[in-house]
Structures are given as C-alpha cells and as structure tokens.
Design a protein around this ligand. Structure first.
Ligand code: HEM
Length: 391
C-alpha cells in the first residue's frame, strides 16, 4: 500500500533561504517525496531517487504547458522531451562543445579575467561578487552567445529578471514587468546581431542556431534559457570555489601546487553548494516513488542541492573536500536535460577565473572584518565574498 506524502509544515520560507540543508536532511529521512508547505512544493531529496527519475522521462516529464518558464521565455527546450528537445539542443551545442570551449572561448575568457583583475588589483580588497564573479560570468556569456558587447550589468539584470519571472508564483506585477523588459531587451539584441551571424558563420550560439535553420521563436526562447541559466550559475560556482579554498588552507595549497586538482576542486564546489538547487518535473502518469504515491500531473521538485549532500552517496557531505573519492554529482542535472553549458562552465571557472585570481592576487584571504553571506535554495550561492590581498 503506497504511503501518503509526508509534510514539513514547521519551517518558513526564510529558513529555506538561509540554510536549507537541515530541512533537506529531515526530508530525506521522512520519505522519498516530502511536501514542504512553506515552498508549496513536493521535493525529492535522495540521490538515488533523482537518478531514477532522470532515467525515466516518460513518467517524469519536462513537458509542462502551464510552466512559468514558458510564459516568461517562450516554449524553450527545457520544457520539451524526445525528438523536439533533441533537435533544439543539437542546434545550440556546437557553441558549447569541449573543443569549442578550449579553442575559441578559453583565450577570450582569459582576457576577460585578466582585464578585471588588472582593474581590481591595486585596491587590495574587494567584494568578489560584484568586482569579479558577476562581470566575468556576464562578459563570458556575452561572447558565447554572440551578443556583441552588451553592458555586463544589463545582461546580469536581464538574467536575474528572467529567473525571478520564472519563479513568480505569487504573480507580482513588478517582477512580471521586469521579466517582460528583459525578454524584449534580449529580442532586440538578437534582431541586431542575427544578420551578422548569418553572414559570418562563427562559434557563437546565435551563429550555430542560425546555421541550423532554427525559427526565430525557438532562437528567442532558447537564447533566453541560456541568458537565464548561463550567468548566475558560473558566477556562484566561482564564488563557492574561492570560498571553499579560502576556508581550507591545506586544500588551497594542494591545488596551487598541482593544477590538475582544479578540475576536482570545481566539481566539489558545485556538489557542496549547488548553484541550481532544485528544478521541476511533471509526473506524467500515476506512479509510486520509494513507496510514496504520486498522482498524474503532480509537480515535483528534484532537489539536487539536497541529493548532492545525501550521506548515502557522499561521506560527511557538508564538508568541502576536494580529495573525496570521485563520484558523479547532480549539480548539472542528469539525463537528456543535463546542462548544455557544463564544459563552458568548467573551462571558465576551473581553468581560468579562479586559478587566475589565486595566481595574481598575492596572499588572497577572506576579509575578517566583513562576513561572507550565502543565500537561497532554488538557486544558492554566496551573495557577498569580501576578500583582501597584498599589494
Ligand atoms: C556552474 C555552472 C552551471 C550549473 C551548475 C548549471 C546547472 C544546470 C542544470 C542543473 C540544468 C538542468 C535543468 C533542468 O533539467 O531543468 C541545466 C540546464 C541547462 N544549462 Fe546549465 N548550468 C551551468 C552553466 C551553464 C552555462 C554557462 C550555460 C550556457 C552558456 C548553460 C546552459 C544550460 C542550458 C541551455 C540548459 C538546458 C538544457 C536542456 O534542457 O537540454 N548552463 N544547467
């Protein structure tokens, strides 16, 4: 007999935003799917269950006609399954392949990082959120998309506005207005840049989509996905990796002595504090998951931020440990919708942005006078990272 879904109703939304991990621990112990009243959602928090779900898109579908993402961005590849999803994903992939990232984007990313470090170096102190991580992520994304130099703060605002709009379950009119403004801004850039990319084939995502003959509405929708999903996550991964290393001097020394450790250090950072903590799926037919009955059309949240701290998968999961045994994590999702930008993010964060920062800012350390803040659960990362270095 399937069990009724357990409920957590004694935590607030603020508790989730401040520190979701104790709540995830409780949920993981209570059952395979647990309703969190404060977030109005049923969450899957165990690593093995999310892995099983992502192997079965017929039962756990990404198609969701009523989704706010579709309302804000159009009918994107993220809310499609099967051949429709595959075709749209293939159209953007040439810009995101490992070889493209290494050959084309790495030199440009390196120049972006070094320019920013040149600017902030003389001050001897900075909040790395605004002074480094956010501009690096935005300027890098501008290159990959083929946007031709949109101001980084504008791109960051558009990205945030789209994500806020996609999570605007309360229907706040101001949030909806900003999301619509971002969508219009992005469409204007596409209109301006597309003729150039059609006539001058190149490595950018806009060019790849144009060469693949994608219709304009698909280009609009999927470029918005890349703007929404391709900026805050690398930004947060940069900050989290810097934080993990600064809090663990032994691990920092090991990485600085052996550059081959930058890769494992990056994977550990996004496991430890996953920039995307949760994404949704729709139950397409009645099913039982880990003994919990799920109805057709039930929405569930795949809480990869919790799964990446599942003690059944990772020993002492709350610890940042770049030496833990190699195990795949779920920070980039899994299955057909596995993050398309994984390789670009790896090159940007673990090969360039963070190594350049440690190499060029002598004796980089946390600023004892200003605390680090970390917030969020659907999206989570440091919101300030004050540091100092020797000049
Ligand atoms: C550390 C950085 C990043 C993290 C942690 C991350 C995480 C994720 C996750 C968890 C998903 C799956 C969402 C779902 O299934 O609903 C996803 C999808 C996606 N990501 Fe990323 N992402 C990162 C960077 C990027 C970058 C830099 C780009 C683009 C330049 C990008 C583009 C995409 C796209 C297009 C999808 C949709 C794929 C599909 O539906 O097939 N991501 N990402």
């Amino acid at each position: 007999m399937p069990a009724r879904m357990p409920v957590i109703d004694d935590v607030s939304f603020g508790d989730l935003m401040n520190d979701p991990y104790p709540i995830y621990d409780r949920a993981r112990q209570m059952g395979a799917v647990v309703r969190i009243e404060a977030a109005n959602i049923a969450l899957v928090t165990r690593f093995a269950d999310i892995t099983e779900i992502e192997r079965d898109p017929d039962t756990y579908s990404s198609v969701n006609p009523g989704s706010l993402v579709n309302k804000v961005m159009g009918h994107t590849l993220m809310r499609k399954d099967g051949p429709a999803h595959k075709a749209e994903r293939a159209a953007m992939e040439p810009a995101l392949r490992p070889a493209t990232a290494a050959r084309c984007w790495a030199p440009q990313f390196e120049a972006i990082c070094d320019r920013l470090i040149d600017t902030l170096h003389p001050a001897g102190r900075a909040d790395l959120f605004d002074a480094f991580a956010a501009p690096v992520a935005a300027l890098a994304l501008d290159e990959v998309l083929g946007f031709g130099g949109v101001d980084w703060r504008t791109l960051a605002l558009w990205s945030q506005s789209l994500m806020d709009g996609a999570g605007n379950y309360a229907g706040d009119p101001e949030v909806a207005r900003l999301a619509a403004e971002a969508a219009a801004g992005i469409e204007a850039v596409i209109a301006r840049m597309l003729p150039f990319h059609r006539e001058n084939p190149n490595d950018s995502m806009l060019s790849a989509m144009a060469q693949a003959g994608q219709p304009l509405d698909q280009i609009h929708a999927n470029i918005k996905v890349a703007v929404g999903g391709g900026l805050n996550e690398p930004r947060d991964a940069i900050l989290t990796l810097v934080l993990g290393l600064l809090q663990n001097p032994g691990q920092r020394a090991a990485v600085e002595a052996d550059p081959a450790l930058w890769g494992p250090a990056f994977e550990e950072a996004v496991r430890w504090i996953s920039p995307i903590g949760m994404y949704p799926r729709r139950v397409a037919r009645e099913v039982t998951l880990g003994g919990v009955a799920l109805a057709e059309n039930q929405q569930i949240g795949l809480c990869v931020g919790a799964a990446n701290r599942d003690p059944a998968r990772f020993a002492d999961p709350g610890r940042f440990d770049i030496f833990r045994p190699r195990q795949s994590h779920l920070a980039f999702g899994a299955g057909a919708h596995f993050c398309a930008g994984t390789w670009v993010a790896r090159v940007l964060v673990s090969k360039l942005a963070v190594p350049r920062l440690f190499a060029r800012l002598p004796n980089l350390r946390l600023d004892d006078a200003a605390p680090v803040q970390i917030r969020g659960w659907v999206f989570r990362g440091p919101t300030t990272l004050p540091v100092v270095w020797d000049v």
